[in-house]
Design a protein around this ligand. Structure first.
Ligand code: FES
Ligand SMILES: [Fe+2]
Length: 420
């Protein structure tokens, strides 16, 4: 081991110890200290302890419907490719050639009968086997140089990957999501529009902003035409005691749409269905449907509120009667985060006939842009050495406190595991 390796090891241990002590002295229901949002060492720990260990939502089944369809995603330092194989199964691989490491597929999405590295044309089958490697000599054993697999699964039309050697058990997630999502047949939809933006903020600030609507009145005039600012929706008290919500849940459940608030034991994911404002059924400027064709042929009730899913650390979602909006967050640097938003509609819905793209997308494009702005300003303010953590609003920010609690508990247990 070189002196540099030793120094690196000491530096990493010191950063982890420092983070553990900050986690342990954290005051409840209070924002995090500055380092969590600005320090490159903390960012690296977030990647190693969370992003490289947990299941991450990366895209939809409908994006890779046929054999040979693929999508690519960059998870921290790991480029990953998800492909539909010849038998219709989903597979994911590290998108790094086994020859000299070149990224194999650079397009966000594409179709290929075989995966051919553009550098020296090593050629892989859709199941990852190395099929051809020109002029490597007689003793070269192709069977030793297949693509390295990445854990991959899908549920309810959502594809998930995990780059860890051993992935956490996905079955509890599947069990919770399936009853809520299967009725909406998201695997059988199409993407009407997608947008990718970069927010100049740490990924946790983006989540914290998402987990409250305390900022909605001042920043989201388009969204609050339809989305209730009621803190029970972003919060985690499960809508308890709200008669309107209880009546809606009873009705929706009677028509086969699971709706009650459900959060996983560790707080990492939540499913629930909430009503929009009275008389509103979709995220449009007038609150009426943006798509004339229901999202799923089997769900024809026009007012099903919004089915909400969050799963830390990558995704939050809304499924309405006429369309669905899905969000995927990926960390780029300590202070930049990529957010991809997709609008899903019935696979046979026709633009210009069944929906108008501007009407479909304008509310959330404006909302995302306002969120981009507030998160950036939040980051600039947190960068200041005078920033200090303050308490969250007990009325509006229990969702933020819940996210931060999940983050701290999750990280502390992983760091403690790693140090034993
Ligand atoms: S690096 Fe891929 S073929 Fe050489
Ligand atoms: Fe917002």
């Amino acid at each position: 081991m070189s002196q540099t390796d030793v120094n690196d090891g000491v530096r990493i241990m010191t950063a982890r110890d420092a983070m553990l002590s900050r986690l342990r002295r954290r005051k409840p229901a209070t924002a995090l200290e500055r380092d969590f949002y600005v320090s490159p060492e903390d960012f690296q720990i977030d990647l190693e302890m969370i992003w490289y260990r947990d299941w991450l939502f990366v895209g939809h089944d409908c994006e890779v419907l046929n054999p040979g369809n693929y999508l690519t995603v960059q998870i921290g330092e790991y480029p990953v490719i998800v492909v539909r194989d010849r038998d219709g199964g989903l597979r994911a691989f590290h998108n790094s050639c086994r020859h000299r490491g070149s990224r194999i597929c650079s397009a966000e999405r594409g179709t290929a009968a075989r995966l051919v590295c553009p550098y020296h044309q090593w050629t892989y089958a859709l199941d990852g086997r190395l099929l051809a490697a020109r002029d490597m000599g007689e003793n070269f054993d192709k069977s030793l140089y297949g693509l390295k697999p990445v854990h991959c699964t899908s549920v309810g039309g959502y594809i998930w990957v995990c780059v860890a050697k051993v992935a956490p058990d996905f079955e509890p997630v599947r069990k919770q999501l399936e009853p809520y999502f299967l009725p909406h047949k998201l695997h059988d939809t199409k993407i009407a529009f997608e947008s990718t933006i970069v927010e100049n903020a740490n990924w946790k600030l983006v989540w914290e902003n998402n987990r409250e609507c305390y900022h909605c009145a001042g920043n989201h005039p388009e969204l609050i035409r339809t989305f209730p600012e009621d803190p029970t929706i972003t919060g985690v008290d499960g809508g308890s005691g709200n008669e309107r919500i209880a009546a809606k849940w009873a009705y929706w459940e009677s028509i086969g749409l699971p709706s009650k608030f459900k959060i996983s034991a560790n707080g990492q994911y939540r499913t629930t269905r909430f009503p929009l404002l009275e008389g509103k059924t979709s995220y449009t400027m007038d609150g009426q449907a943006a798509v004339s064709r229901p999202l799923a042929d089997t769900v024809t009730e026009p007012d099903i509120g919004t089915l909400l899913l969050f799963h830390f650390p990558t995704t939050w979602n809304h499924v309405l009667a006429d369309h669905a909006i899905t969000f995927r967050m990926l960390p780029l640097t300590p202070t930049t985060t990529q957010l991809t938003t997709k609008w899903l509609v019935h696979k046979d819905a026709v633009e210009g006939v069944d929906y108008d793209l501007k009407r479909l997308t304008e509310v959330w494009l404006a909302t995302n842009d306002a969120d981009r702005r507030v998160c950036q300003e939040n980051q600039i303010g947190v960068n200041s050495p005078v920033y200090e953590p303050a308490p969250y609003s007990t009325i509006h920010e229990d969702g933020v406190a819940q996210f931060v609690d999940w983050y701290c508990t999750h990280l502390e247990s992983r760091l403690t595991e790693a140090s034993t």
